[in-house]
Design a protein around this ligand. Structure first.
Ligand SMILES: Cc1cc2nc3c(=O)[nH]c(=O)nc-3n(C[C@H](O)[C@H](O)[C@H](O)COP(=O)(O)O)c2cc1C
Length: 137
């Protein structure tokens, strides 16, 4: 079945603890496994960046639900394109908390979030394309 990848950026309404992030991840994992969705959630200093992968109609309804979640605001889709392969095939929802500075690929990921916040490109590439490339390698 053909899939899309959707990437959005949003702002948390307040500082999110590691525990709250794990709770969001647990809900996401429990739901996503039933709807063939995979992806990754990144959190950095009040900003969420999430990659959702799955059938386009499923992503549309899932994103509509996530967007309404009162834990975040000003959600903005950065990328929504067909993809040949999933970037996170083994994750019903991966989660990387960049407030934990030990995170793998920390510098690259913070740069992606900064660029997305500022509506800037990274070289010639959009922040979302750069993000997907980081994990494709
Ligand atoms: C940043 C963020 C990312 C989320 N990602 C997902 C997700 O990938 N899948 C999902 O089902 N719910 C996700 N949620 C939770 C949904 O907004 C919603 O609370 C949940 O789907 C409701 O599930 P329930 O009816 O099982 O409680 C996310 C919430 C936030 C704040």
């Amino acid at each position: 079945m053909s899939i899309n990848q959707l990437v959005y950026l949003s702002q948390s309404v307040r500082k999110v603890s590691a525990e709250e992030l794990r709770a969001i991840q647990a809900t996401a994992q429990a739901n996503n496994q039933h709807i063939d969705v995979t992806g990754s959630l990144f959190y950095n200093g009040g900003w969420f960046l999430q990659v959702l992968e799955g059938p386009a109609p499923t992503l549309a309804s899932l994103y509509a639900r996530i967007e309404q979640d009162p834990r975040h605001k000003h959600s903005r889709v950065l990328y929504n394109e067909p993809a040949k392969f999933r970037t996170f095939p083994r994750w019903t929802m991966n989660m990387i908390n960049l407030d934990d500075r030990q995170a793998d690929k920390y510098d690259e990921l913070v740069e992606v979030i900064d660029a997305a916040r500022g509506d800037r490109k990274i070289g010639a590439a959009s922040p979302a394309a750069t993000l997907l490339k980081i994990f494709r390698a």
